[in-house]
Design a protein around this ligand. Sequence first.
Ligand code: NAD
Length: 446
Amino acid sequence: MADRYLDLVNAGPAKILAKKLGLPQPAVLRRYRPGAPLLPGPVLVLGSGSGADVLAKELLGWDLDVRRHVAPKERLGGIVLVLDELAAPEELADPMLTAGSSLRDLAPGGRIVTISRPATGTGQPAQAAARQAVDGALRSLAHELRGGATGNGIVLGEGVDAGAPAVLGALRFLLSGRSAYVNGQFLLVGSGVASLPADPDRPLAGKVAVVTGAARGIGAAIAETLHRDGARIIAVDVPAAGEQLAQVANRIGATALQLDITAADAGAKIAAHAAERNHGLDIVVHNAGITRDKLLANMDQAKWDSVIAVNLASQLRMNEQLLASGVLREAPRVVSLASTSGIAGNRGQTNYAASKAGIIGMVRASAAAFADAGGSINAVAPGFIETDMTARMPFVTREVARRLSSLQQGGRPLDVAEAVSFLASDAAGGINGQTLRVCGQSMVGA
Ligand code: NAD
């Protein structure tokens, strides 16, 4: 579904008029293109500690122009604020205000990333206050950015240094065009083993991935994106979607597996298919999902049960079967589709929101089992995404949902797929049990 308003306000007189009238001005987002520069200009690294020095050196190795001080009027591609040594709230003023003085020089599609530490319940109150203050400051700054620029944060887990490969993996994702529709979010990077790809344009080279619900929409975009990034794909969907599934599979040289994921042996069937055709499996993307919306007062058991069965119970069962099957190779990575409805709730979606909130609980509680297997399990929670599903919404509801985010537009299936591909890669090895929102910093449940 095309966002005609976005096209309109990015050309000619309508652009000037929208500005004058104070209307939303959604920007064309800077999305990833293989071979394109990581950032649209130099990166300013702020922070006086050793973490800032280490990161500045690493960024130089990525062929970026790195600045450690503000150069007046220089167009910047990004600003990295290294705040890992904060001990008291007063220390936040200098880096924040320095970043603020450079915001007018940030290029369209620019990136702000904070690097900080978690405010745990056991530290010094002043230190915890300073660390938590980063959260509020970054989320507010992300609301203020324009021109498709975004602001996100990396939180360093216990014993993780700013220069750890897992941090660099997350930083590269957040600076790149792959994170175009991720805004105002934090990624907690723990001590899980991560490695950066030899070729940043093919981070999934040599991997085998299964994607459920791959016949259309977000699932088809995920299958295509994982394939673009180097993976071989097993595309799964219900027999009724067989023709569309075959078309997607043919486009990307995937094998198609017609399967209802609610079948009691769905996980075993996927394992058998992967063992036979690909000699193993590295990545599982649980994307298939359904909605059966009704106000709870009008909800019948069939609507409730079918949503929980497809969106949640099937995944629990498949994960168990896949872990037990022996088909998963070293460092298996699972990515599940949640939804912002599962975080904020949504009228008419008690069943759907229950299933999607359940996913968030499932990945959190499954993290240890996948870490034991050398891998990880995470969720992606999309907000408003331009798909057939959202195209069917009434016009006004759709317009409101689109504009009620910092980026003032809906995301594309590709934007969700990029986040899935990142979490499925070994560069994301430090991220486990988490849910990443891909919602343009939607005001819903923000
Ligand atoms: P979609 O309805 O376009 O596609 C879902 C696919 O899953 C279909 O091809 C369908 O045939 C398949 N599927 C359904 N039940 C299945 C089953 N039992 N076995 C195998 N395959 C089955 O949906 P979409 O908009 O592309 O959404 C994909 C995922 O993203 C879903 O989990 C959805 O809840 C989630 N999501 C979507 C949005 C959005 O804005 N579109 C927002 C948040 C979350």
